[in-house]
Design a protein around this ligand. Sequence first.
Ligand code: NAP
Ligand code: GLV
Length: 341
Amino acid sequence: MPANEASKPLVFVTRPIAEQALTELAGFARVDLWDDEMPPPRAVLLERIAHADAILTLLTDRIDAPVIAAAPRLRVISNLAVGVDNIDLDAATRAGVAVGHTPGVLTETTADLAFALLMAAARRIVEADSYTRQGRWRTWGPRLMLGRDVFGATLGIVGWGAIGRAMARRAAGFSMRVLYTTRERKPAGKPHRHNKAEVPGARRVALDELLRESDFVSLHVPLTPETRAMLSAREFRAMKRGAILINTARGEVIDQRALYEALASGHLGGAALDVTSPEPIAPDDPLLTLPNAIVTPHIGSASHATRLRMAQIAVANIRDALAGRLPAYCANPAVRLREPT
Ligand code: NAP
Ligand code: GLV
């Protein structure tokens, strides 16, 4: 290896990301790539992170306190996601390790998917497609595949951040009535990067009112101790009969078993989930037996352009931290960066 190459910082990249971003990274770092679709096993992660100055992670990599403790040179954990629930933020902050993430750039793409799921569940698109492929379409039927109107319905948005508001803007185009909840108290010093512009007509209400009034409920909160199992049997009972739940946030935000029961009993009209608990969902999960449940494999931000932009931001976050600056998109801005060793 040429001498100038050996002096570059070492970055462990836990999966192949957009080629262009890897090339950008290789311009200022030695890249140690785990070239596999599946996450590195824990033993491999611990071994490879031991020498790394930075790590580029996915949301399926669990970066907990023991992993951080095994990385004495580490200065930044750069997550290719906006959510950072896979990382122990407190342990990273204590160790002087910045945590980068990719907010903003994936907002519209994820809201597109959330709205597509809403439409698909309302109009039974997945079920209707299967019906056609199974050769069951015999004639036009006045009672065939009846669904729910989206136009003019009430949408309840839980989590009034970047994606929640982007969802509300889409709903406005369908003349939906929009209700939203947000938390009463915010943690001190939390940065707000997203567009806080109001969405005309949207009304803030308490969660119980939102559940009672909404024809569609869409979840957009991060996974935190406060939001874990935020919607459980009681909340599903409080929802309108026939209402539809959309979850593109995190699977653990709902009690999945309770959701199954609410759907199977006929109380809820449908659910469309891009996130489950666990991920991937078990093939024998009872939810997958229900025709009124749609499950996609966590593809909210999965467009070519957005995934490239996310990878470029993840690389830029690493560049910042290795240059001794807080990453432009930092999930633990109170961190005091550790000195290079
Ligand atoms: P964001 O802009 O930070 O919005 C999250 C919102 O949730 C914030 O407004 C926050 O309030 C609010 N919130 C936090 N705790 C709450 C609580 N207990 N009750 C009510 N509201 C609460 O984040 P985002 O970019 O919209 O992303 C939201 C989440 O979507 C991510 O964390 C991630 O888990 C998920 N996501 C999934 C996909 C996918 O592929 N399916 C893609 C992107 C994101 P404050 O304003 O007070 O902080
Ligand atoms: C995806 O789930 C993300 O948090 O970016």
